[in-house]
Design a protein around this ligand. Structure first.
Ligand SMILES: Cc1ncc(COP(=O)(O)O)c(C=O)c1O
Length: 410
């Protein structure tokens, strides 16, 4: 139960962490002249910004914190509609709710990322932002989405939680919209167990994000004097221990993704043409993370039969990654306003949340099955497949098992 980054933890991470532990200085701020202060979080931020091609990166303690920080920095708030796909991890939607804004769910297409045509159909005068999710490491159609955002004057917050290291048409995801976020939890391309980051090339958004993640302070706590903090913030700071691990992980991210791509290509070649299924569309085959290989069957019955025999599930059953399974959100229509004060906006009939409201998404997900290449997560419907460190023998064995089952099902 882990992702690719975790499989690559080694002596480099140990060295960076020991550097911090031996100094005994675990807080992200310090005097650069103090030899005990190793500035791991700051170095990680500088290297992440450079890697992503963004002017700024801010490390935080989770991908969820990063989403909240991004929305706050962009000024998304009460009454604003934010368009988000119905196939994503629940945090993409719950962070919008906690920003007191209104999630407007949209359909995904055969890439399992938001369908730009459906996004456009859902734009209203109250739409403030689009939240594209680079789902399962596959970059969204950012050319189309940025065109829409420009045309309708909308903000774009990219949820690249599952896609650190991916790119679309030569640009790193997260750095294409106004802001982007990453998660570094245990299932991600790089990890510190937990952690997150926000990136942006806008100085103002960066300053606001920094303030939100640290009690309203200006970047690096300049202006700590009383009366100098006009922004109300919280505390989502990253510690030096996580910064140390992530610094080492980031330095190997291209090696991790390179290795996943080789394994995925071998698996895909071994099963291609063995039966009646297609592969999900990858919006930029040069730029995806290759963490998963998704197959799409012509019928849900066939998909379910194959998945059951392989002791996994079709994607529509992958827990809190599918709006139909997010009972907390669907239930907002039935619980009382007192019990859910944050979500009272929904009761005014501003948006609709019910099972089956995205028929195209439901259809595609019910016919899809995720094969793990580097993310082994039953919650993602990826209980069958290989890991980031599987050798050729294991890849061939698992591929042969898939072929056998597909042929059995017919
Ligand atoms: C698409 C997406 N967004 C946001 C998150 C939230 O990240 P975290 O678990 O680090 O809070 C995740 C985590 O799985 C995710 O997959």
């Amino acid at each position: 139960m882990a992702g690719p980054g975790a499989e690559f933890i080694g002596s480099e991470e140990a060295r960076e962490v020991m550097d911090v532990l031996e100094s005994g200085y675990l807080f992200r701020y310090g005097d650069p002249r103090n030899p005990k202060f190793k500035a791991k979080v700051w170095k990680f931020e500088q290297e992440l910004a450079a890697y992503s091609g963004a002017r700024h990166a801010l490390a935080v303690n989770s991908g969820t914190s990063a989403l909240l920080t991004g929305l706050a920095a962009l000024g998304v708030g009460p009454g604003d509609e934010v368009i988000v796909p119905g196939y994503t991890f629940i945090a993409s939607i719950s962070s919008i709710i906690y920003a007191r804004a209104i999630p407007v769910l949209c359909e995904v297409d055969e890439s399992l990322t938001m369908d730009p045509a459906d996004v456009e159909a859902r734009i209203t005068p109250r739409t403030r932002a689009i939240l594209p999710v680079h789902m399962l490491g596959n970059p969204c159609r950012m050319d189309r989405l940025m065109e829409l955002a420009r045309k309708h004057k909308l903000l774009v917050l990219e949820d690249a939680a599952q896609a650190a290291g991916a790119s679309f048409q030569g640009r790193k995801v997260g750095a294409i919209g106004d802001m982007g976020i990453f998660s570094f939890n245990v299932f991600k391309t790089i990890t510190a167990g937990d952690g997150g980051a926000v990136i942006t090339s806008d100085d103002n958004y960066y300053a606001r994000a920094f303030g939100f993640h640290d009690q309203g302070h200006l970047p690096n706590r300049q202006g700590v004097e009383v009366g100098q903090r006009p922004f109300i913030g919280l505390d989502f700071r990253m510690t030096e221990l996580s910064g140390a691990v992530l610094l080492a992980q980031l330095r190997k991210i291209d090696r991790i993704i390179g290795s996943l791509r080789i394994k995925k290509a071998r698996f895909k070649a071994a099963i291609s043409g063995c039966g009646d299924f297609s592969f999900r569309r990858i919006n930029d085959p040069e730029g995806e993370c290759a963490t998963l290989l998704t197959v799409i069957f012509p019928t849900r019955e066939k998909a379910r039969a194959v998945a059951e025999r392989l002791k996994t599930t079709t994607v529509d059953h992958s827990g809190w990654h599918v709006y139909n399974n997010m009972e907390q959100i669907l239930n907002q229509l039935t619980v009382t306003q007192e019990r859910c004060p944050f979500t009272c906006a929904y009761y005014k009939g501003q948006a609709e949340y019910r099972k089956g409201m995205l028929p195209r998404t439901d259809d595609i997900l019910s016919r899809s099955m995720n094969i793990s290449i580097g993310v082994s997560d039953a919650g993602l419907g990826a209980g069958f497949g290989i890991t980031a460190v599987s050798g050729e023998d294991e890849i061939d064995r698992k591929a042969a098992e898939f072929v056998r089952v597909v042929r059995e099902v017919g």
